[in-house]
Design a protein around this ligand. Structure first.
Ligand SMILES: NC(=O)c1ccc[n+]([C@@H]2O[C@H](COP(=O)([O-])OP(=O)(O)OC[C@H]3O[C@@H](n4cnc5c(N)ncnc54)[C@H](OP(=O)(O)O)[C@@H]3O)[C@@H](O)[C@H]2O)c1
Length: 292
């Protein structure tokens, strides 16, 4: 039995598709089962509730061998620690006495960075907490997700611009959510690995936001420009869209670390297969979103 968290989310839904395609028994943890695809509940078990809730975890783990663990990292959580570490506490407390042997978790690139890095630091602490339970644990250390660009589909469509508090010429890794899900599913479906591991997911090429703007312009066949936003303005924007003060500060800390080289540090790391190029992502995901 494979337990999948966040089956209504972008990554979790794709993990679910891969696992169902392989014909495995699946149990979902979902806050809103009514938003799952029609007919799915005939093929899978569904435990209703949040995977942060000890009572829900208590219903979801019996008989399970493997778990796909994704902390949502909600911006309205009081802090990054609450969003990642406290969110995962009940799960970790239940793991030791459960039948679960393998966990694959979504985390972030940045182990070894010497300064605080907000959401990344909290994600890595969550990894350590899961690993400390003694379960076989593989964390997927994701670079920035290409799909973050979709949050700016409106300004890209209406004004031909997108913003980020990052110098336009700084090359950074970006990975597609589809690749993250494919790697997660392959680890869940072939649990021939043991111990604690981190697989870094970088995407196939480092790109600057100026280069990404040029690729978007070509694929969308309309000009798209990148605008660097001051970090203070970014923090105000996060607060204005409902992030807590703690989470807004953690976003700033994380993006500052990325600007200072956290994602491009020369550290030997196990790399996962992440073939989707930014151009391909724009063709498959951005273009339909802009047309919608
Ligand atoms: N953005 C980046 O660049 C980046 C980089 C590295 C790692 N990450 C990690 O990538 C992950 C993002 O995953 P995603 O893109 O699949 O997310 P997503 O599409 O935003 O989906 C979020 C999922 O979490 C569920 N959820 C939200 N709040 C919940 C709660 N309190 N209790 C239970 N479930 C809840 C949602 O369920 P409902 O349908 O009920 O709302 C939904 O299924 C996060 O772990 C993030 O830290 C992101």
């Amino acid at each position: 039995m494979i337990v999948i968290t966040t089956p209504t989310g972008d990554i979790g839904a794709r993990v679910l598709d891969h696992v169902l395609e392989a014909g495995r028994d699946v149990r979902l943890i979902a806050r809103n089962p009514s938003s799952l695809p029609d007919g799915l509940s005939r093929r899978v078990e569904v435990v209703e509730g949040s995977h942060a809730d000890p009572e829900v975890i208590g219903r979801a783990l019996p008989g399970a061998e493997r778990v796909f663990w994704l902390p949502p990292g909600n911006p309205d959580s009081p802090s990054a620690e609450a969003a990642y570490i406290e969110f995962s506490l009940a799960f970790c407390e239940a793991l030791g006495s459960s039948s679960v042997t393998h966990v694959v978790g979504v985390s972030a690139l940045g182990r070894g960075w010497p300064k605080p890095a907000g959401l990344v630091t909290a994600s890595l602490q969550m990894d350590d907490m899961i690993a400390d339970t003694g379960v076989n644990y593989c964390s997927l250390a994701c670079a920035s997700l290409m799909d973050n660009i979709l949050r700016q589909a409106g300004p890209i469509r209406d004004d031909g611009v997108f913003d980020q508090p990052t110098p336009g010429d700084l090359k950074l890794p970006h990975v597609a959510k589809a690749d993250v899900a494919a790697v997660a599913a392959s680890l869940l479906l072939a649990p021939d690995w043991r111990g604690v591991a981190e697989v870094s997911l970088y995407g196939p090429e480092d790109l600057s936001f100026a280069e990404m703007a040029a690729i978007m312009s070509a694929v969308l066949d309309r000009p798209v420009a990148f605008r660097e936003m001051p970090m203070e303005q970014f923090e105000e924007m996060m607060l204005a869209i409902g992030a807590s003060e703690g989470m807004a500060r953690s976003y700033v800390e994380m993006l500052t670390a990325k600007n200072e080289g956290m994602d491009t540090m020369a550290i030997p790391r196990a790399r996962g297969e992440t073939p989707t190029t930014f151009r391909q992502w724009c063709e498959e995901e951005l273009r339909p979103a802009i047309a919608a």
